[in-house]
Design a protein around this ligand. Sequence first.
Ligand code: AMP
Ligand code: MG
Length: 364
Amino acid sequence: MGFADGDKGHAYIMKTKIIKVDIDNFQTKELEEAARVLRNGGLVAFPTETVYGLGANGLDKEASRKIYAAKGRPSDNPLIVHIAHKNDMEVLAKEVPEEAYKLADSFWPGPLTIILKKKDTVPYETTGGLDTVAIRLPANVIARELINQSKVFVAAPSANLSGKPSPTKANHVINDLNGRIDMIIDGGSATLGLESTIVDLSEGTPMILRPGFITKDMLENVIGPVQYDPAIIGTTIDPNIRPKAPGMKYRHYAPEGSLTIYSGELDKVITTINKMAREKLDKGYSVGIIATEETKDLYQYGIIKSIGTRNDEASIAAGLYEILREFDTLHTEYIYTESYSDNRYGQAIMNRLLKAAGYQIVNV
Ligand code: AMP
Ligand code: MG
């Protein structure tokens, strides 16, 4: 199978092997081949608890380069290196501060990425040219077993084509990367559905570079004061502030259609979305609405999809990327969504929604 891939670089013709692994009941030998592919410098997509990752040997610059080529990823956007044992931090980082051990003990395995100063053995191909390295020990047992068996440190960004929402199911990976990578491990849905929290411990006060399920409060309970990268908070984009995580500057997670977020009192939001949807439909455009279980029956126009329930914001986080992909599949031209509170997971959800919307947010 082959295809031309427009602006994504080269055309790829490669047989991608897809294997199914039951996360609740698998044997280590089911991952032998995937581990061997990684050890030999190949690319394997695998499930993690956050999103699917596209893995390669992070200490092998040629292998890392293949990740960028397969995704069409800008070369200055660094990869996260996944490890299977906490102390492997010491192999990758020049210095491991006390805070890193404390965070690792509290949140690993789990959805937290820690930035440290890199050792010379970590190639600049993996760190996007930076002198720091991002490290995570994932909770997903398939991911951990794969890393452990491969005996390499697995550099892995999200397993989507650059510019698409991160994949939360193997099908999303197949749609984006079939024919471009060696293997895909289908291990079911990523349970959390949003990428890891990134905290930078490489200099000064610890800084959150990307919000996620591990919140500022949770981090502060363990290591004291933590600050946000000024570029990632707020609902506007200031072209003069450069985010410290290079990836955060890209408008990724972007759907094909135009996405607008409406914030304010929920009943006003619903009225406004109904009005906007009606107007666009009258002009002949297709319209999609991202609703919740609580509000889905209150919308009157367009294709209405419920993302999850407001009683459990984790369900909304888990549903976000899939819903954006569904509207892409339908080539929906205008998409409207409600906004979410700033507490707990709300902040991570709003951070991704704002990026997907190119910061189009309207207060009603
Ligand atoms: P992804 O896993 O696809 O979300 O991409 C990895 C994210 O981690 C991107 O947003 C990167 O910019 C960020 N990242 C990786 N390494 C570093 C680093 N050394 N310093 C800052 N951000 C990093
Ligand atoms: Mg990504």
